[in-house]
Design a protein around this ligand. Structure first.
Ligand SMILES: C[S@@+](CC[C@H](N)C(=O)[O-])C[C@H]1O[C@@H](n2cnc3c(N)ncnc32)[C@H](O)[C@@H]1O
Length: 222
C-alpha cells in the first residue's frame, strides 16, 4: 500500500537549515530527481509533478529574506502564502510576527511538507491543499507569491488573480529569480537578493532573486 504523503516526505528528505535563512529549517531533498522518480512510483503516476515542496526556490528565498529584513510588512497581520511548496514564505511570515498565516498549495505532498516544516520551526501555519486560483482572493492583509512564474499556464492565471486581490486592498508581494513567464511590465521591484536555491534542477544554484509589488493598473486597462 502507498505510504502517506507525510511518511513519503520524511523518508525522502532531510531536515536542514535554509541557505541564507539559517533560522528556518526545512525537510529538503539532497537531490530532487531521485525523489521525483520515487514519487512517480509511489503514486503510480508517470506525470506526477516535480516535488517542488522538497526545495527552497529562489522566489521564496527572496520573499523570506525581505520579510526578515522588514518584519513590519507582516507583523500582526493576516498572511496568505500562495503556492507555498515547502512552506518557506509562510514560515518566514510567522517568524516575522504575522498574526495568522495560511499556506496553500495544489499538491498534497506539499501540504504534508508544509505541516511538517511549520512544526519543525515551532510555527503555527494553517495548511490548505487546493487550486487557490479557482477561489476568490482570500480575506487577508498580505499575499505572498514565491516562484509562481515557471509555467505558462500557471503564469497566465496568477497575474489576474493577484490583481483581483490587490483591487480588494490586499498587499501583494511577488518573489522571483527571473523565470521565463515573469510579467515584469506589471511589477515594481522592491529589493534584490543573491540567493542559493537548494534545487539541483536549476541551471544556476546562485541567483539574484527579486521581490516585487504589483504596479497599479492603468485606468481602463483590461
Ligand atoms: C516553484 S514552487 C514554489 C514554492 C515556494 N513558494 C518557494 O518559492 O519555495 C511552485 C508551487 O506552486 C504550486 N502550485 C502550482 N499551481 C498551483 C495552484 N493553482 N494553486 C496552489 N498551488 C499551486 C506547486 O505545487 C508548487 O509547490
Amino acid at each position: 500500500m502507498a505510504a502517506s504523503p507525510r511518511a513519503f516526505v520524511l523518508r525522502h528528505t532531510r531536515l536542514r537549515a535554509v541557505p541564507g535563512m539559517e533560522g528556518i529549517r526545512l525537510h529538503l531533498a539532497d537531490d530532487l530527481l531521485p525523489v521525483w522518480r520515487a514519487l512517480q512510483v509511489e503514486t503510480d503516476d508517470p506525470e506526477a509533478a516535480l516535488p517542488y515542496w522538497a526545495a527552497a526556490w529562489g522566489g521564496g528565498l527572496a520573499i523570506s529574506r525581505h520579510l526578515a529584513e522588514h518584519p513590519e510588512i507582516v507583523a500582526g497581520r493576516r498572511v496568505y502564502d500562495l503556492a507555498s511548496g515547502s512552506g518557506l514564505c509562510a514560515i518566514a511570515a510567522a517568524q516575522a510576527g504575522a498574526a495568522q498565516v495560511e499556506a496553500v498549495d495544489i499538491d498534497r505532498f506539499a501540504a504534508a511538507a508544509i505541516a511538517l516544516n511549520a512544526r519543525a520551526n515551532g510555527c503555527r501555519v494553517d495548511v490548505t491543499r487546493r487550486d487557490a486560483l479557482g477561489d476568490p482572493p482570500p480575506d487577508v492583509n498580505v499575499l505572498l507569491a514565491g516562484d509562481c512564474w515557471y509555467e505558462a499556464d500557471l503564469a497566465a492565471r496568477v497575474l489576474p488573480w493577484l490583481r483581483a486581490a490587490q483591487a480588494e486592498g490586499i498587499e501583494v508581494l511577488v518573489g522571483d529569480p527571473g523565470r521565463a513567464y515573469l510579467p515584469t511590465d506589471a511589477l515594481i521591484e522592491l529589493a534584490a537578493y543573491d540567493v542559493r536555491t537548494t534545487s539541483d534542477v536549476e541551471d544556476l544554484a546562485f541567483r539574484t532573486a527579486r521581490v516585487y509589488r504589483l504596479a497599479e493598473m492603468a485606468t481602463g486597462a483590461p
